[in-house]
Design a binder for this molecule. Structure first.
Ligand code: BG6
Length: 492
């Protein structure tokens, strides 16, 4: 059985803690997965005491838990929670925290510090924890969980790494990308490496191009200040979508062990063809939503969102074309795309196979045989589909697309949130679903030329009405006129 630990949550009263961390920890409690004796120290600026904190957590959970809140389980969960009031920017807070942890023998000496705080605060918080000897491992392990984005660009990521590296060994750092905790994302590996029929086809000889899409119907909501300094390229592509790309394209690792997996992911990122400043226009596209309709509702444009500067050119839609210069993928275009306030919420990987030869069908009504697609639905539909061509019933030779559906989860099978798995992995010391520093650095190398070019071109950004699939101009990224964005898991 895993040893108990103290989860210290920095930013415990913030959004991430409300909507993800506390619900995930509660669900682990429901599943009986939290080791006996595990405690949660919620750290925030607000003037709360334990009782108030527990009351608030209860309210958050009522909105977020999958089934109704189980009062008995909640009581057990609440017994684990303590509140510690403190301001991250106050150096004296860290000494207070040390004393608080030391004075109560009930806090397990294994400690995971979860940084659910603004990325600009990571550095100082780690520095001060380190200076206060809060990472000393004499009695138990000490781990730090850092949310994305790790840095703001290549240079700042390097500097953050140097700085936290003074206090922490790589094994103590858990750089989280919650996409990797999604069951369907992990299934990419199972699909590729547990099905013999896929591997021989998974290369440039058979695959025409790959698309990775994450579209959302929500706007930036209350996250305006964070988002405006971030944009879609940093928020989604540099992290989640490039991670998906590595899983779809990497060579088979020798094992599921963390280093083996991460070695292969880094190799792919290193093989991505660098985008020169002159090629940015051909490889990347950005846009911003304007006012529009989501169903029957009129919604504001990005510039009208709360706390967004009226002249902002931050992108809420970003698309990118990449090539991986290795034997498996040379010249296969890989298109990545993400956007807020789009027509549908959809995360999927779409793999388009090459055209079959047509001569067999000459002289029939079949004009053109469509290409096969393999579609991996990440969310909301968790599924795996293969699109094939079959003959239409009837006397004539006509064809149509049909899809073989290998759904991943039956209705009676439980669903877990990515954070549940990842929070447990931290306690277990399993880093395979967390990012190693070189992965993060290589991912920044991929997008850095684009970010630099965009930051110097601040005069114009394409716009799209909320509730649509983004501007048609993004078509300019496609290698050929035959390529088009695949929006749906259903046959075209
Ligand atoms: C986060 C981004 O990392 O991922 C958000 O900051 C985005 O902007 C979210 O909405 C998407 O994750 P999920 O799990 O909701 O698809």
């Amino acid at each position: 059985m895993t040893e108990p630990c103290t989860y210290v949550i920095f930013g415990a009263t913030g959004n991430l803690s409300r909507v993800k961390l506390m619900p995930a920890l509660y669900h682990l409690e429901v599943a009986g997965k939290l080791p006996h004796g595990t405690r949660i120290l919620a750290l925030g600026r607000r003037d709360w005491d334990n009782e108030r904190c527990i009351r608030e957590v209860r309210e958050w959970l009522k909105q977020k838990v999958r089934n109704e809140l189980d009062e008995e389980v909640f009581e057990a969960f609440a017994r684990r929670i303590d509140y510690f009031q403190g301001d991250l920017s106050d150096p004296a807070m860290y000494a207070g925290l040390r004393k608080h942890l030391a004075d109560d023998a009930g806090f397990p000496s294994n400690v995971a510090y979860y940084m659910a705080i603004s990325p600009s605060q990571f550095n100082d918080a780690v520095d001060r924890l380190g200076n206060e000897q809060l990472f000393e491992e004499g009695a138990g392990w000490k781990r730090v969980v850092i949310e994305k984005p790790f840095g703001y660009d290549l240079e700042s990521a390097q500097s953050l790494q140097r700085s936290i590296g003074r206090h922490l060994r790589e094994e103590q750092i858990y750089r989280i990308d919650h996409y990797l905790g999604k069951g369907t994302v992990q299934n990419v590996l199972v699909f590729r490496f547990a099905n013999t029929m896929m591997e021989p086809l998974w290369n440039r000889n058979y695959i025409d191009h790959i698309q990775i899409t994450h579209s959302e119907t929500l706007g930036v909501g209350s996250r305006g200040p964070f988002y405006d300094g971030t944009g879609a390229m940093r928020d989604m592509i540099q992290s989640h979508l490039l991670q998906l790309l590595t899983l779809v394209t990497m060579e088979p690792p020798v094992s599921m062990e963390a280093e083996a997996l991460r070695d292969e992911k880094v190799k792919v990122l290193k093989s991505v063809r660098p985008i020169s400043p002159r090629a940015v226009h051909a490889h990347a596209f950005r846009a911003q939503y304007r006012e529009g309709s989501m169903g029957n509702e009129r919604v504001a444009g990005y510039l009208q969102e709360d706390k967004v500067p009226p002249d902002s050119v931050t992108e809420t839609y970003a698309a990118l074309k990449l090539y991986i210069d290795n034997w498996r993928w040379r010249d296969v275009p890989i298109y990545l795309r993400t956007g807020k306030r789009m027509a549908q919420q959809q995360s999927m990987v779409s793999i388009c196979f090459r055209h079959p030869p047509q001569q067999f069908f000459r002289g029939t009504q079949v004009e053109q045989i469509k290409q096969n697609w393999v579609l991996l639905g990440i969310q909301p539909c968790e599924c795996l589909r293969m699109e094939m061509t079959v003959k239409e019933p009837g006397l004539e030779m006509r064809t149509r697309q049909t899809s073989l559906d290998a759904s991943l989860r039956g209705d009676d099978e439980s669903q877990t949130d990515a954070y549940e798995e990842l929070l447990l992995d931290v306690i277990d010391g399993d880093r395979s679903l967390f990012l190693r520093y070189d992965e993060v650095e290589q991912a920044w190398r991929v997008v850095d030329p684009i970010l630099r070019s965009w930051s110097t071109n601040q005069d114009f950004i394409h716009t799209y009405p909320a509730g649509t699939w983004g501007p048609g101009e993004s078509q300019r990224l496609f290698d050929t006129e035959e390529h088009h964005w695949r929006h749906s898991l259903d046959p075209d």
